[in-house]
Write a protein that binds this ligand. Structure first.
Ligand code: FS2
Ligand code: SF4
Length: 564
């Protein structure tokens, strides 16, 4: 296997035998990795047909569009480790390919268009191998990262192609979240297909063309995040600052992890009046900010635990079932494997998957009622979330006033993903090392490095730490930055705003590309830089955008630089 799509990749290079890895650091087996690679490759073929059907005939099929979102999302880090599910995905991929191919044939029928030779992934036909995991795996081992390396005209084009692919995976994941909340966009689907089709034709791509596509991926991701914002605020109202209990209350319980607000809502509806308390976990903490969630469901009592990497310990101690709606899932331990459930594109072999709420969720309720739950109230501790764009912009006058009077000297965006590496304390150390006239915007599961610490005093009425939500809510941070730039009639890079971004998986790659598309400069990124970026590509990012790795050895040096 060969995978280097996430930050925790082995030795900062790759999860591959060359680095001594028999499986991914995340727990992904070579079998699953190969099936994921095959699914991505096959999806490029689907995109080739779908893209040309649009170009030549303006034709599209929403089932194909949606399939590609699920297909890409399922291959994100910490989403789906279940090889059996990928065998099913591949059978569905063939059906989607057939539909896309028919659309393409319809689009070009009777036209004087030379039937474009669809080479590469579009030529692959898995029909004789469906259901045969071993044979599919064998092919999968031939079409992954190293195959793309052989096809690319040069190492930098390969690197930019990987950057684009991982950005597309993240964009697809966010687009899937938006779709679930009722928001879709033809333009988004069109770009995903165009870009995947370009990757299918990697030999004919230039580094310049791939860099442009990567920036367009950032642009498309911005549109997706706007849709996602409209979907969540349209359904649940604008987040408002809300205290969230972080210690358990006595009673039966279910924890809900991941990012999916609709799944959380479904669980809250079905547990109402059943004597079960519901806790958010990980990236679902910001659900408390939404008025139509918080106010409608008083049995949503608190947030349990922290970011994803601690789940082996935290889920083992949680005295009830846990439902994982999206990433991040890590290997379920024996202590809780019989009471953890997956949803959507998430999966782990042997873990129960909820496909149908009506028939499958009652068993989760029964399990919660049969378990002890928390036997006593713990002393109340809280954290505050809910500083979405509307809440922050409603304080814009106070913020501008505090900046003008000098109460607030600088703004920092510190957040993104969390992860298991000890050196991620860098982000906490930066936050706590800032002068007391700095306001910190945070989001994503990276917030857990700092969201229970006291940041005092408030500055002109503005709290020093503002939790803007999930990584899915990066749009809020962008809106606040652009609104402030409008107030001061300056470029966003001229604001006293600094970025220390912790990345881990491919959603973060998509947000990073959005930041580059917006021209945001001097992003400090870490802990490690992406292994898939060659020195030349890193140099381009450093020269053009001032992107720099965080200084893990000396965070004081970074602090001094940012404060200066
Ligand atoms: Fe955190 Fe994990 Fe949010 Fe990422 S829960 S690192 O995949 O999506 O941020
Ligand atoms: Fe390794 Fe990350 Fe790939 Fe998992 S997703 S195999 S940890 S690079």
């Amino acid at each position: 296997m060969m995978c280097f799509q996430c930050e925790q990749t082995k030795h900062g290079k790759a999860c591959s035998p060359a680095e001594g890895s028999v499986q991914g650091v995340c727990g992904k087996t070579p079998e699953t990795a190969a099936l994921q690679d095959l699914l991505v490759h096959y999806s490029m073929g689907i995109a080739q047909y779908a893209h040309l059907a649009r170009v030549h005939g303006g034709l599209s099929d929403v089932s194909v569009d949606r399939f590609l979102l699920d297909s890409l999302f399922s291959t994100l880090t910490n989403v789906n480790f279940d090889a059996d599910r990928f065998v099913v995905f591949l059978a569905e991929a063939e059906e989607a390919r057939d539909r896309a191919k028919s659309l393409y044939e319809k689009a070009v029928a009777g036209k004087q268009i030379e039937s474009a030779h669809l080479s590469g992934p579009a030529e692959m036909d898995l029909s004789a191998l469906q259901g045969q995991a071993g044979k599919l795996e064998t092919i999968g081992h031939m079409v992954g990262v190293n195959h793309r390396k052989e096809l690319a005209p040069n190492p930098d084009a390969w690197s930019l192609g990987e950057l684009l692919l991982y950005g597309l995976k993240g964009t697809a994941a966010y687009a899937d979240h938006a779709r679930i909340l009722g928001k879709e966009s033809e333009a988004v689907y069109a770009f995903i297909h165009e870009a995947m089709a370009a990757l299918a034709n990697l030999p004919s791509q230039s580094t310049e063309g791939l860099l442009k596509l990567a920036l367009r991926c950032g642009e498309t991701n911005l549109e997706v995040m706007e849709l996602l914002d409209a979907g969540s605020t349209g359904r649940y109202g604008h987040p408002r600052p809300t205290e969230v209990r972080t210690t358990p209350v006595k009673g039966k319980c279910i924890a809900v992890s991941g990012h999916d607000l609709r799944d959380l809502e479904e669980i809250l509806k079905r547990t109402a009046g059943r004597g079960i308390n519901v806790y958010t976990h990980g990236e679902l903490l910001p659900a408390f900010g939404y008025p139509k969630i918080r106010e409608a469901y008083p049995h949503l009592v608190g947030n349990y635990g922290g970011a994803w990497q601690a789940q082996k310990v935290e889920f083992a101690r949680f005295p009830g079932p846990v439902v994982v709606t999206t990433n991040c899932l890590i290997e379920p331990q024996k202590a809780y494997k019989d009471r953890i459930y997956t949803r959507g594109v998430v999966g782990w072999r042997g873990v129960k998957h909820i496909k149908d709420w009506d028939s499958q969720f009652p068993a989760v309720i029964e399990q919660a009622l049969a378990m002890p739950g928390f036997t006593e109230d713990k002393p109340k501790n809280v954290t505050t979330t809910g500083y979405g764009r509307d809440a922050v912009l409603s304080m814009a006058g106070d913020i501008v006033n505090a900046i003008n009077t000098g109460d607030i000297k600088q703004l920092y965006l510190i957040g993104g993903c969390d992860g298991a590496e000890a050196n991620r304390t860098y982000f906490r150390d930066i936050a706590t090392g800032l002068p007391r006239d700095a306001v910190i915007l945070t989001l994503g599961c990276g917030k857990y490095r700092m969201n229970k610490l006291p940041f005092e005093p408030t500055l002109g009425g503005i709290p020093r730490l503002l939790d803007m939500g999930q990584c899915n809510d990066a749009y809020s941070a962008i809106k606040v930055a652009t609104a402030l730039a409008e107030v001061y009639k300056c470029d966003v890079n001229d604001l006293p705003l600094q970025y220390a971004i912790s990345w881990f998986e491919q959603k973060a790659v998509a947000v990073f590309l959005t930041m580059l598309f917006l021209g945001l400069k001097n992003i400090k990124l870490g802990p490690q830089l992406p292994a898939f970026l060659t020195p030349n590509v890193l140099q381009i990012l450093a020269d053009t955008y001032g992107v720099k790795q965080v200084n893990l050895a000396d965070h004081d040096a970074d602090l001094k630089e940012m404060i200066a």
